[in-house]
Ligand binder design. Structure first.
Ligand code: SF4
Length: 328
């Protein structure tokens, strides 16, 4: 029986600590895997190169490919949308942008005609779980193999994670192993220090999580920090919104709204945080992120120094997800 130890890394502190723990334990047949969503910050991509070089563990990069599904969507639009009487202008506009770009996040949204949302978080499965399973895990599975999927999740991150076991079996000899489930944040950083590994520099640049930038689940402070320090990220999402709107039958798709059509007119002022985040364009959401609670007053305490160091050490580590075998 051969055991393969596969560590899912996101470039975040928890998955890095998990990889470092595996190294410290001299784990055999160890490999690391990074699912590149195409919506990562370049500092995370650079950090993975550093991590690979500093640890000597090669990190396999996997990406989802939506070429076939986009081709199928084109055929669907050319036939079904026309049969349904969709305006020819809308059909042609959608066909114009329904081409694979090579960026998994954007291609997923073009194919779906919408962005993922809190209620329909298909990005995790499509961009992280499935490529990891299909390109790395499934080819290794067999009657004589056991696969340990090391995941850097911690119980104090969320109520769901609080009740995760340290180890469970997904089936077919595949196990989810969560060796740092009981660790706290200081212990995670101690592991970096002990092994002489720097944390992702995004933590010292105002980011409270490492993963997609932005993540569809990012909060107000994170969005404000991203807009302040990395305005090019907001510009990229604006470009993506225009493309995905064109691929949408309703012509309405925003980064924080999925397929919502409830676009507010004018500046956001009195909507609740959740409502705002679920209807606004990225630019409107950024403006809202600069406001105090309720959105009426601008927050006088807003940080304006983009070089200031601030870290909350929370983490959106959606990449370290539980592997299940169905629908893979
Ligand atoms: S980090 Fe956020 S946006 Fe990226 S795949 Fe995970 S949930 Fe989706």
């Amino acid at each position: 029986m051969t055991t393969h130890n596969i560590v899912s890394v996101s470039g975040g502190k928890d998955s890095t600590a998990t990889l470092l723990l595996a190294l410290a334990l001299e784990t055999e047949n160890l490999q690391a895997v990074f699912a590149d969503t195409g919506n990562e910050h370049e500092l995370t991509i650079e950090y993975l190169d550093y991590l690979e070089q500093a640890t000597g563990v090669s990190i396999t990069r996997v990406q989802a490919d939506f070429t076939t599904r986009i081709a199928g969507k084109r055929r669907f639009i050319e036939t079904k949308w026309r049969e349904q009487g969709v305006d020819e202008f809308v059909v042609l506009a959608a066909l114009e942008v329904l081409q694979p770009t090579g960026n998994p996040f954007l291609d997923l949204c073009i194919w779906k005609g919408r962005f993922p949302s809190r209620r329909a978080q298909f990005c995790t499965m499509e961009l992280k779980r499935d490529p990891m399973l299909e390109q790395v895990v499934l080819p290794l599975m067999g009657p004589e193999t056991m696969i340990m999927s090391w995941q850097g999740v911690r119980a104090d991150e969320s109520i769901v994670r609080r009740y995760l076991p340290e180890c469970d079996e997904a089936g077919g000899g595949l196990f989810n192993y969560r060796p740092i489930i009981k660790w706290d944040v200081p212990t995670v950083f101690e592991a970096h220090t002990y092994m002489g590994i720097k944390p992702n520099p995004l933590y010292s640049q105002g980011m409270s999580r490492v993963g997609c930038m932005p993540c569809i689940n990012c909060n107000k402070a994170e969005l404000r920090a991203i807009a302040l320090r990395f305005p090019e990220v907001i510009e990229r999402i604006e470009r993506w919104e225009r493309i995905v709107q064109q691929a949408s039958k309703r012509g309405a798709a925003t980064f924080f709204a999925g397929a919502s059509t409830k676009h507010p007119k004018g500046p956001i002022t009195e909507m609740t945080a959740l409502e705002v985040m679920e209807v606004a364009s990225i630019r409107q959401a950024v403006e809202w992120s600069k406001t105090a609670r309720g959105g009426i007053q601008y927050d006088l305490l807003i940080a304006t120094d983009a070089t200031a160091c601030s870290s909350a050490y929370g983490l959106c580590d959606e990449g370290e997800l539980t592997l299940t075998l169905e629908a893979a």
